[in-house]
Design a protein around this ligand. Structure first.
Ligand code: FEO
Length: 396
């Protein structure tokens, strides 16, 4: 996505990381990602909005040079995380007259992460402070917790372009900064939301209100495509952050010898017959990004696991911990699985890992060895329990 003109005097100068396969060592990014940075030219001064991962410094500087810009007066840092701030010291060194512009919290975090940034090169701004570039004005809007406590937006006031850093990002490496067809970015954007934004859903809702109030013409995030139609990302975020879950069940499962797998098939079928959408994921081969995406919407998490010796399978524990970390809006949880000779405490072990979600627990189902007709009857009851609880929320 190098060398793209966003509008007159506003350039995309970021880089695509096509083969990045994990982000934060947590969730896969099968379609890579981008680190978006933008050059805003005023009549008198120029500003760079964010930088890129340090390993892409050369490419980034090449893209900046390709715009023909001769000087940078301000390097604006919306967020201290290194995928956007990692080249700040290089920019300050390359343009000795330039200043780093950011809020106090971000300034402190940047200097914690990169102690070589000189204090006398920093301009510290407050909420709604402005910066005159000559015929163009940048306004800084505090937006904590999208993604860290120091995050902020930068608004190019005259053009009504908002640079939102992580908010509205997508893990999608693409050669086009604008993608008109939502089908091209829906999945990478939801995957990104699930991993980065969902844990702060309450804060995200507040930031959406702020963004809505600005009557924007364009939203330019720092990962993935930018949006000429701000209503599009706002509508997606409105859906994903809504309080009400969907009539859907996520089943992350692991089976060592097939008994738990047969329980998955039975439970899935029973739920589908009741009109409930089901997302089963075999954790041995699952894309955890898809598991995270499904967590955005589902009302119930039903974890399935066999035992390893007499304790929970570690893959099931990982899935439970991932859900606990990402803080989805789910209301209910349950457990089912097979054990060999002892595994009676496994439901408690696994469901205990969801502790911060405060979910209502639906009675678990276990079988010793292969599932029997009694096991299947118990799973039918579990499906009925889930159905009745979904009905109590008015889900269809
Ligand atoms: Fe894209 Fe929170 O950094």
């Amino acid at each position: 996505m190098a060398g793209k003109l966003i509008t007159s005097g506003v350039h995309y100068v970021g880089v695509s990381h096509y083969d990045r396969r994990f982000f934060d060592a947590l969730v896969p990014t099968p379609e890579g990602t981008t680190y978006n940075a933008y050059l805003v030219e005023g009549k008198e001064r120029n500003a760079l909005i964010d930088t890129v991962e340090p390993e892409f410094k050369e490419l980034f500087l090449h893209n900046l040079k390709a715009t023909g810009v001769k000087k940078i007066d301000y390097v604006v840092s919306n967020h201290a995380e290194q995928d956007h701030s990692g080249c700040v010291p290089d920019l300050l060194a390359l343009f000795p007259e330039s200043k780093l512009v950011t809020n106090e919290k971000c300034s402190n975090m940047l200097r914690d992460l990169m102690p070589d940034i000189p204090a006398d090169r920093i301009i510290t701004i407050k909420d709604h402070d402005t910066l005159d570039l000559g015929g163009r004005t940048l306004e800084f809007i505090m937006a904590p917790w999208v993604h860290w406590p120091e995050t902020m937006f930068t608004l190019l006031k005259e053009e009504k372009i908002l640079f939102t850093c992580d908010l509205f990002g997508s893990h999608l490496a693409t050669s086009d900064i604008f993608l008109d067809d939502p089908r091209l970015f829906y999945e990478p954007m939801k995957r990104y939301y699930a991993q980065i934004m969902m844990p702060y859903r309450g804060q995200v809702v507040k930031r959406i209100e702020t963004v809505n109030s600005l009557e924007l013409k364009m939203i330019c995030p720092s990962h993935g495509p930018a949006f000429k139609n701000p209503a599009l990302p706002l509508a997606l975020y409105s859906e994903w952050t809504s309080v009400t879950p969907r009539n859907a069940v996520l089943i992350p499962w692991v089976s060592t010898h097939g008994a738990t797998a047969r329980m998955v098939d039975h439970l899935t079928n029973a739920l589908v017959l009741k009109g409930i959408t089901v997302y089963p994921h075999d954790l041995v081969v699952a894309d955890l990004g898809r598991v995270a995406e499904n967590l955005v919407d589902v009302a119930t998490i039903a974890l399935g696991s066999s035992c390893i010796l007499s304790v929970a399978h570690p893959l099931a524990a990982y899935a439970a911990l991932l859900a606990n970390t990402l803080k989805p809006k789910a209301k209910f949880a349950t457990f089912f699985g097979s054990y060999g000779w002892s595994g009676i405490k496994v439901p408690e072990q696994i469901l205990g890992l969801l502790g911060s979600l405060k979910l209502e627990i639906i009675p678990p189902v276990q079988t010793k060895g292969a599932p029997t007709s009694d096991t299947y009857a118990a799973l039918d009851q579990m499906a009925e329990d889930i159905f009745s609880r979904h009905c109590s929320l008015g889900l269809k």
